[in-house]
Design a binder for this molecule. Structure first.
Ligand SMILES: Cc1cc2nc3c(=O)[nH]c(=O)nc-3n(C[C@H](O)[C@H](O)[C@H](O)COP(=O)(O)O)c2cc1C
Ligand code: SF4
Ligand code: SF4
Length: 392
């Protein structure tokens, strides 16, 4: 979402940053962009240079005797470096680790100077608000969450992509009207909203409006504006494991709760997905989620348990099924078996696609899968034109 804004509307963000700089009396603006977004870096640098050449930035800001130097600093892409105090540490050349607040960056930030940190989406809205007035902006959205929000709509939805909606638009409107719903023959199951540390909201709560307060109530967050649509082929335990694996990997390691707590939580989730979970694991997972969330220093650790909290809250039956050795969505490799049913026409496509030769080629006859060799890669099911490959 931020990358798209930087790549597509660099001047709008630059203008917003300049207005913000004047508002707080700053003479230096730094864009902190991850190195993995080279096009964004290139376009922002080009926009700065064009403005400098025309005398709009640099020693003078437009016609004013107000120096404003703008530069780009490339980060190495650590998730935690989005946290404002870690971002400042990274800018100063230190390891990107958050620190306790206060002092807040506005009091003591980069090199000990008061620093304003904003997201590019915020800055992109500034010039519009100044031009049209705050009332016009607040006319979009809800009473407490005003304006619009950009989302990266992804996952099992017919029309994925970047969307901008007024705050308060419901999850259902986003998934069904804008995204065109989930694919043929599939059922909408949930949305994972707010990026890696967001929560999973079940389809039964699809009429929840997307605003800060309502999302908090259902256990999700606005976060980075990621919105992943999940269908009945997604396993919610596996989803929790997947996102926790990401946040665990990105933990900077400063706090024990985040560093070790998320590791222990991940161990439990991996165990459950492998069919080796025990009933006391759920209790331990709930316990650890609470402590990691409460005992962590920064937003990364505080929100990392969100996918676990919400899947336990709304999809507890799936955890229970895993403890009994069954993955209802047929996703967790250790808990599933592939077989060929009577619908097989003997077309041999499955045998041709199997990377480990677990299906002997028997043209015009019902095929069989050698379970000793099968690695559960799912290729045969995907290529079978008759829907004759079952996953149980
Ligand atoms: C782990 C973590 C990662 C974050 N990543 C980003 C990020 O990539 N981009 C961003 O703008 N803000 C990120 N933030 C939020 C920033 O710390 C900060 O709150 C935000 O940029 C403030 O801008 P706003 O008030 O304009 O939203 C992150 C926060 C945390 C805790
Ligand atoms: S909560 Fe995690 S990421 Fe944040 S400071 Fe602590 S260890 Fe680092
Ligand atoms: S799931 Fe993969 S490995 Fe197993 S039989 Fe099918 S194609 Fe072969």
């Amino acid at each position: 979402m931020d990358r798209m804004l930087l790549e597509s509307f660099p001047f709008r963000i630059l203008e917003g940053a300049a207005i913000a700089a004047v508002a707080v009396g700053a003479h230096e603006v730094i864009f902190y962009i991850r190195h993995e977004y080279p096009l964004a870096v290139e376009r922002v640098r080009a926009a700065i240079s064009m403005c400098e050449q025309r005398g709009w930035l640099g020693e003078r800001l437009l016609d004013h005797d107000y120096p404003l130097r703008v530069s780009v600093k490339e980060g190495a892409g650590a998730f935690v470096c989005g946290e404002e105090t870690a971002l400042i540490a990274s800018l100063e050349g230190h390891r990107g680790m958050p620190r306790l607040r206060p002092p807040f960056p506005a009091q003591s930030g980069l090199l000990g100077k008061p620093t304003l940190i904003n997201n590019v989406e915020t800055l992109a809205a500034v010039s519009w608000i100044v031009r049209h007035g705050p009332e016009a902006y607040a006319a979009f959205g809800t009473k407490t969450s005003t304006g619009t929000k950009v989302f990266a709509l992804a996952g099992k939805v017919c029309r994925g992509g970047l969307i901008e909606v007024p705050m308060g638009t419901t999850i259902r409107q986003i998934v069904e009207e804008i995204g065109g719903g989930v694919g043929h023959g599939r059922t909408f199951k949930a949305v994972q909203i707010g990026g890696p540390s967001g929560g999973c909201v079940p389809a039964k709560l699809a009429d929840t409006p997307v605003d800060y307060e309502s999302l908090r109530e259902v256990g999700a967050i606005m976060g980075s504006g990621g919105l992943v649509v999940l269908d009945d082929s997604d396993c919610m335990v596996d989803i929790a494991r997947y996102f926790l694996q990401f946040t665990q990997h990105q933990s900077c390691g400063k706090c024990t709760f985040c560093r070790i707590g998320t590791r222990r939580m991940l161990d439990i989730l991996e165990r459950i997905c492998a069919g080796k979970g025990q009933p006391k694991d759920i209790e331990e997972l709930e316990h650890l989620s609470k402590w990691v969330s409460q005992g962590s220093l920064c937003g990364l650790g505080k929100t990392a348990p969100n996918p676990v909290f919400t899947t336990l809250r709304y999809f507890r039956d799936e955890y229970d099924a895993h403890l009994k050795g069954r993955c209802p969505a047929g996703r967790c490799r250790d808990l599933i078996q592939y077989s060929v049913n009577a619908g097989c026409t003997g077309c041999t496509l499955c045998a041709q696609s199997c990377p480990v030769n677990a299906i002997p080629m028997t043209p015009y006859q019902r095929h069989e899968i050698n379970l000793e060799l099968c690695t559960r890669c799912d290729s045969c099911r995907q290529v079978c034109p008759s829907g004759a490959v079952d996953v149980n």
